[in-house]
Design a protein around this ligand. Structure first.
Ligand code: PMP
Length: 467
């Protein structure tokens, strides 16, 4: 028989739970103090703030202790990740490194500096941007005018126009239906909303570096913890799948893939993809596959839409394929329940993608980008040829629109080269914007006419050969 609840007992339990909460806060305070002291020592000894092996040691103790107490270890792991994130933040303040972090050199910060220089009259060759320089498909102009004439300028379903979702489902094939598609504000919002939909506080996302810097920002914003699998030029940017497997823990929730890759141009083969999918399946992980560069492939590429695993979210966009960056139309493809969660987030943040832009995208659905792809490939070849003459190491891109060479002369850091080049009227993206271990790299974008690229490369060569 259930015991009858007594009001005075409820009051007692509430007082007790308050006291326990205060105890936890006091312990957290103590932890922060210790963390600051550790931060000072690390600063004096010039030791990195984050140390995977130390974190792993605490994690093991926490899991062991949780199992002993009979408390869910995944909850303890998430709580630990929140505490670890706070320690890192405090230690960064301690070492006055926050300034470096917020002002970090990325392709975007270089772009902003270049724009500033341009506004004071300087001419800049933009080899830092990832924005195609050709116009959108011709159909788009008409579709925009038509949508105005037809008064198609209203809110839409937050998942997007049914006709556009159907058209994408048809184009992608593989049995995808319209309720497995969401139209988002660029590929960016598809990834962001997927992260928000999937992650609980303190859960982990594995990302493969070098990578688009937004992934880390999305995970931070969603209260998750990013774990980085480094790849190297020596491995030809192939992720080490044994290391990937070792990184998967109790709190891992998502692996994010981006092939064709920004910035390296790497494309995975089917065997590698299958292995990653089976790792995800064995560990019940979600896979977000960012395929915004999928039209720019110079060999074989297999989209993850070809694979049957119900935790895959494929993201693509009209931005690169159709040179429609400013239209802000992208999409996500996943199982209906995931799409519905992403739609709820899009409804909260934006209501829907602007209706005229969705009509513009619909008109571009059958656009054949082959001409643009050929042009980008020619430019990549031109860049590669010049880089070879300059004896710089790089892996020939199998996709996307960038080359990611390693500096080997007396200029060893991207920041130094980027600043010298800006003075000389050339903007390139610093390699470290794509991951901490890539200070020796720069990213050169093929989104400019050949003549400009040639001139830019000559300036780069002149700088590197003098030093
Ligand atoms: N993923 C990657 C790898 C990118 O480089 C970009 C844009 N630079 C995007 C996604 C987002 O593109 P958009 O939002 O314009 O579709």
């Amino acid at each position: 028989m259930v015991k009858k609840a007594k009001p005075e007992e409820l009051g007692k339990l509430r007082a007790e739970i308050r006291d326990v909460t205060l105890d936890i806060i006091a312990k957290a305070h103590k932890r922060m103090e210790l963390s600051e002291r550790i931060g000072t020592i690390k600063g004096n000894l010039n030791i990195d703030i984050q140390d995977e092996s130390v974190e792993q040691e605490i994690r093991s103790s926490v899991f062991e202790f949780s199992n002993k107490l009979g408390i869910d270890p995944t909850f303890s792991g998430r709580l630990l990740n929140i505490l670890l994130a706070e320690s890192v933040r405090l230690q960064q303040i301690q070492q006055r490194r926050t300034e470096d972090i917020t002002l970090k050199n990325t392709h975007l910060s270089v772009f902003m500096k270049a724009k500033e220089l341009e506004s004071s009259g300087k001419k800049i060759i933009h080899m830092e941007v990832g924005e195609p320089d050709f116009p959108p498909p011709k159909s788009v102009r008409n579709a925009l005018l038509e949508s105005y004439k037809m008064k198609q300028y209203h809110y839409t379903d937050s998942r997007g126009l049914l006709r556009l979702r159907q058209a994408i489902a048809n184009k992608v094939g593989n049995g995808i239906t319209d309720d497995e598609v969401i139209i988002t504000s660029g590929g960016r919002f598809a990834i962001f909303s997927a992260m928000l939909a999937l992650l609980k506080q303190g859960e982990e996302v594995i990302s493969i570096d070098p990578s688009w810097p937004a992934y880390r920002e999305f995970v931070d914003f969603a209260g998750g913890k990013i774990k980085i699998l480094q790849t190297t030029i020596e491995e030809r940017w192939t992720p080490n799948l044994r290391k990937l497997e070792e990184m998967i823990g109790q709190n891992t929730k998502v692996i994010i893939l981006n092939y064709p890759n920004n910035p390296t141009g790497k494309v995975l083969n089917e065997k590698e993809i299958s292995k990653i999918i089976s790792l995800a399946r064995d560990n019940e992980l979600y896979l977000i596959s960012d395929e915004v560069y999928s039209d720019y492939v110079y060999g074989r590429f297999t989209s993850l839409t070809h694979y049957k695993y119900d935790k895959i979210i494929v993201v693509s966009s009209f931005s690169k394929s159709c040179a429609m960056t400013g239209f802000r139309v992208g999409y996500g493809i996943a199982r209906k329940e995931i799409i519905d969660k992403m739609a709820r987030i899009q409804a909260i943040a934006l209501t829907s993608v602007a209706e005229p832009m969705q009509h513009a995208a619909l008109s571009a659905i059958d656009y054949n980008p082959a001409g643009n792809v050929k042009l980008i490939k020619e430019r990549l070849d031109l860049i590669s040829k010049k880089l070879r003459q300059m004896s710089l190491d790089f892996v020939s891109p199998q996709g996307a629109m960038y080359v990611y060479p390693r500096l080997n002369g007396s200029i060893q850091t991207d920041a130094e080269l980027v600043n010298i080049l800006l003075e000389l009227g050339v903007a390139v993206a610093p390699g470290s914007g794509f991951g901490e271990n890539y200070k020796q790299f720069i990213r050169i974008s093929a989104c400019q006419p050949k003549e400009l690229l040639k001139r830019g490369l000559e300036i780069i060569e002149s700088v590197l050969s003098v030093r």
